[in-house]
Design a protein around this ligand. Structure first.
Ligand SMILES: Nc1ncnc2c1ncn2[C@@H]1O[C@H](COP(=O)(O)OP(=O)(O)OP(=O)(O)O)[C@@H](O)[C@H]1O
Ligand SMILES: [Mg+2]
Length: 296
């Protein structure tokens, strides 16, 4: 199985190339193409995960539709047959990994919601007893449930090095009213997704949303509640130790092997690639109850 780490779509105007997605400018709309690239600790790794872009696309579409009563979103369609005629010649490369979306003016903030103490929040808490500068009760462990979900924004920096900020700093950057709005929407999305996932035996630990303006309206953009943008825990067998079905698996591998995060990132061994694909697909199946037709 081959990972698709670069896509040959010459002939379309590039809007931007992200670590994982390539965006093409279609005027009012954008074409978002999710590759199989993996980013971790602000680096793009030399190895891709086969089908990852397809899983992220299918899962984001699923959540956008499931949560549209809470937030309007940018997705128009992920069916290549419904893309503009000008994209017909690219159908085979685009199929299952692309979305036609509304072009938005991005709010340059990562809207992170945490229901549990994981990732950088756990690192901060274990060092100082705080998360995003706020004091938390003592004695919490990694992945402990927080009393209620907390909103911990960070900047979305073009140089790739995002910086944690306070809600008050976010107000200065994005404005007071928009900050209140995206904060409330992010927490509602998180709570709704937590209940949905919980009913399927999946714990949503934390996630990141992005928003943008469509005219004067704020809509949800980018990806939603994927294993790249979120942390999910499941017990594979009842009573077994919960495992991460998300990118934490890759981060743990990289930290475990002693990579200094300063030199070029290492190639992932085959077993790590295979296991990551298995976990991403398992998450999709647990949440949606389906195995994608292309993975059967
Ligand atoms: N509807 C939209 N309008 C404008 N920009 C969008 C829209 N949807 C997504 N984007 C932007 O497109 C880019 C998606 O690419 P990608 O996720 O690869 O980038 P990245 O965020 O740099 O990488 P990573 O996710 O690894 O941090 C992001 O910069 C995102 O903010
Ligand atoms: Mg991204």
């Amino acid at each position: 199985m081959q990972a698709v780490t670069s896509l040959d779509i010459s002939g379309l105007e590039v809007f931007s190339k992200g670590k994982v997605r390539d965006l093409y400018d279609l005027g009012e709309n954008l074409l978002v193409v999710a590759s199989d690239r993996v980013s971790a600790f602000d680096y793009v790794l030399p190895s891709g995960i086969p089908d990852k872009g397809k899983i992220l696309t299918a899962l984001s579409s699923f959540w956008f539709k499931h949560m549209e009563n809470i937030s309007e979103h940018h997705l128009i369609t992920d069916r290549v047959e419904e893309f503009p005629g000008s994209l017909k010649m690219y159908q085979d490369v685009l199929r299952h990994r692309s979305m036609l979306v509304k072009k938005a003016r991005r709010i340059d903030i990562e809207c992170i919601v945490r229901g549990y103490l994981a990732g950088s929040a756990w690192k901060e808490y274990s060092a100082s007893g705080t998360v995003a500068g706020c004091e938390l009760p003592g004695g919490l462990k990694e992945n402990s449930k927080l009393e209620k979900p907390i909103f911990t924004p960070s900047t979305k920096a073009d140089d790739g090095h995002d910086r944690n900020i306070t809600v008050s700093e976010m107000r200065d950057i994005a404005g007071s009213k928009p900050t209140e709005e995206v904060m409330a929407t992010s927490v509602r999305l998180f709570e709704e997704a937590s209940v949905f996932a919980g009913a399927r035996g999946v714990t949503l630990l934390d996630t990141k949303f992005e928003f943008g303006y469509l005219d004067e309206k704020i809509i949800l953009i980018d990806e939603a509640l994927t294993p790249d943008s979120s942390r999910f825990l499941v017990e594979e067998k009842s009573g077994s130790e919960p495992v991460n079905l998300d990118k934490q698996f890759i981060r743990d591998f990289l930290e475990g092997m002693g990579w200094d995060k300063d030199s070029p990132p290492p190639v992932l061994p085959d077993h790590v690639v295979t296991e990551c694909r298995r976990r991403y697909l398992m998450l999709f199946e647990r949440l949606t109850g389906e195995i994608p037709q292309w993975a059967r």
